[in-house]
Design a binder for this molecule. Structure first.
Ligand code: ZN
Ligand code: ZN
Length: 78
């Protein structure tokens, strides 16, 4: 049973790194994903909804994360 007042959070895949936890900054240069902290997952308020701005891709363009969801691809990230 889900309470109306208590928010539920669940881990969803990070859109920016597609759940790998890695960020390929450039060819041959890979760091931990800054969006999810290298975990590959982000904590999202349930029910999870994709970011309207980027359609869940987490990207504004090829090199920059979506500003609305900060690269997570989800609308309500804690
Ligand atoms: Zn990530
Ligand atoms: Zn977005």
């Amino acid at each position: 049973m889900v309470s109306q007042t208590q928010k539920n959070f669940a881990l969803e895949g990070c859109a920016w790194c597609t759940g790998t936890g890695k960020w390929a900054v450039s060819l041959g240069y890979v760091i931990s994903c800054l969006v999810c902290g290298g975990k590959g997952k982000v904590l999202v308020a349930q029910p999870a909804g994709q970011c309207q701005q980027c359609g869940g891709s987490g990207r504004r363009n090829a090199t920059n994360p979506c500003l609305t969801c900060a690269g997570t691809g989800w609308a309500r990230v804690r």
